[in-house]
Design a protein around this ligand. Structure first.
Ligand code: FES
Ligand SMILES: [Fe+2]
Length: 317
């Protein structure tokens, strides 16, 4: 496939998603890689295609003494630089391609071998400086192209339909939108109707969420959308990540960060926000996967310029 947005920094995983000494298959822009982390937290990634007879290395196993991956087919062993390792001896030259990684605050970024065109966004550093990491939620491969998934995150009308259930959203308005190239900021106001008792029992967070929510959103195109929200028992920064797997599938997950959480409610809060985030992803996924092929729209809604701004960044890349 033609790579999507070559030179963009992609956040392919958070360390907590990888396990320890476990192979993980990651697909980025049509290429498969195997990624693993050792007990010390060092992360390695190489091309997933075995250079011997093309078996998928991610079906193999890790040798924790040597930090290598062994191919499941004929048990050849490769290290994180893509060098073949035989009988305790290592070749000096790589025989297969390593994937360049930048690990920052437990987030694993890559340019996948392209000349960087944007820096790793400092938005992530700002969040880590102020918030505590809570967990990952909603990890999913969505059957939809990258642009459709991206546009949903810049769409300030889909809350009224896509996220109506559960959050009982009755209106969503935008009071400000500021963009500075690939970075953008939005203030939104959401109003909600009451949740049913049954919904509150399923997710107690809904019972204490105010009827009006003033949220701030920040974007670091193309990988990151952050929702900053305040609840009566704590503040959250919900970091929504996207990257293109293939032309028709997009990977997504949410990194949840929180601060000022009422200490008595910590675990309830954690479970509730992670669950709510997973529901949000589920709802967006259903919307994107059910779309017919795009045509020119005959209707305009308010604030759609935010979405078209993102589309333009994508098309003009
Ligand atoms: S295919 Fe990997 S060792 Fe033969
Ligand atoms: Fe959404």
């Amino acid at each position: 496939m033609e790579p999507i947005l070559p030179g963009a920094p992609w956040l392919i995983a958070h360390k907590s998603m990888l396990g320890v000494n476990q192979p993980n298959k990651i697909t980025l822009n049509g290429q498969d890689y195997v990624v693993w982390q050792n007990r010390k937290g060092e992360v390695f990634a190489i091309d997933n295609i075995c250079p011997h007879m093309q078996a998928p290395l991610s079906d193999g196993w890790i040798c924790q003494e040597r930090d290598t991956i062994t191919c499941p087919f004929h048990a050849l062993e490769f290290d994180g630089q893509g060098r073949l390792c035989r009988e305790e001896k290592k070749d000096t030259q790589p025989i297969t391609q390593p994937l360049d990684l930048i690990v920052s605050n437990d987030c694993i970024w890559t340019y996948a071998g392209f000349e960087p065109r944007l820096p790793i966004p400092d938005l992530h550093q700002r969040i880590v400086d102020e918030y505590e990491f809570v967990g990952v939620s909603g990890e999913k491969s969505i059957q939809g192209d990258f642009l459709s998934n991206l546009m949903v995150n810049y769409d300030y009308n889909h809350q009224n339909g896509t996220h109506k259930e559960m959050f009982k959203i009755t209106s969503c308005s935008v009071s400000s939108f500021e963009e500075k190239g690939y970075y953008a900021q939005v203030q939104q106001e959401i109003t909600r109707a009451d949740n049913t008792l049954c919904e509150i029992i399923k997710n107690p967070l809904l019972g204490i969420l105010p009827k009006t929510l003033n949220n701030a959103l920040e974007y670091a195109f193309p990988s990151t959308t952050v929702l900053f929200a305040q609840t009566p028992i704590g503040k959250v920064a919900q970091v929504h990540i996207l990257y293109p797997q293939t032309e028709k599938s997009t990977k997504t997950f949410i990194l949840m960060y929180a601060r000022d959480v009422n200490p008595l409610m910590k675990s309830l809060f954690k479970n509730s926000v992670l669950k709510a985030a997973a529901t949000v992803i589920e709802q967006d996924t259903t919307a994107v996967e059910s779309l017919y092929p795009r045509q020119k729209s005959k209707i305009r809604l308010p604030n759609e310029e935010i979405m078209f701004h993102a589309e333009k960044l994508y098309r003009d890349w």
